[in-house]
Write a protein that binds this ligand. Structure first.
Ligand SMILES: [Zn+2]
Length: 64
């Protein structure tokens, strides 16, 4: 399986999948999907992300 992980910075166009706020975290799923979360929802779903072995490729929660 080719490793084509890119890590583009989060922009204002990136929106939380849950509430539509500006995304602070991007997570890649093992199956290839991508999830975007605001800080609030990233915290809320972090455990779940670990359970499904998602990889957090961008985390700008600290940058707020
Ligand atoms: Zn959110």
């Amino acid at each position: 399986m080719p490793e084509t992980l890119t890590n583009p910075p989060l922009t204002a166009a990136d929106r939380c999948d849950r509430c539509g706020a500006g995304a602070r975290v991007r997570a890649l799923l093992p199956g290839g999907g991508e999830l975007l979360f605001c800080g609030h929802h990233a915290n809320e779903h972090e455990e779940r992300l670990r359970e499904v072995k998602a990889t957090i490729v961008a985390d700008e929660r600290a940058a707020v």
